[in-house]
Design a binder for this molecule. Sequence first.
Ligand code: FES
Length: 111
Amino acid sequence: MPKVFFLPHKIILPKGANFFAKKGETILDVALRNNVKLEHACEKSCACSTCHCIVRKGFSSLSGWSEIEDDILDKAWGLESNSRLSCQAVIGNIDIEVEIPLYTVNYVREY
Ligand code: FES
């Protein structure tokens, strides 16, 4: 089973964390199953960009992305070439490393 390492985020996950991914899970699925409060305002329907993450290692092992994901990603804060919507990126067979951006475009955040 591949592992997902979430790099430290000063509010959501100060020490970072490592979790196993189950077959077919997205990055967001892994986060939520392990109580990492990654935002997902549209409930995984690829419409909000609040679940944006940056994949620091293992980017090419993730599932491909759609034109819709590409359009929604354009609205994300801190977009990089290895950005993905965590609700759309299905984990492959190798370990990945994920950075949760400091900000999202969601102005109302509940912690
Ligand atoms: Fe809205 Fe991923 S949860 S795009």
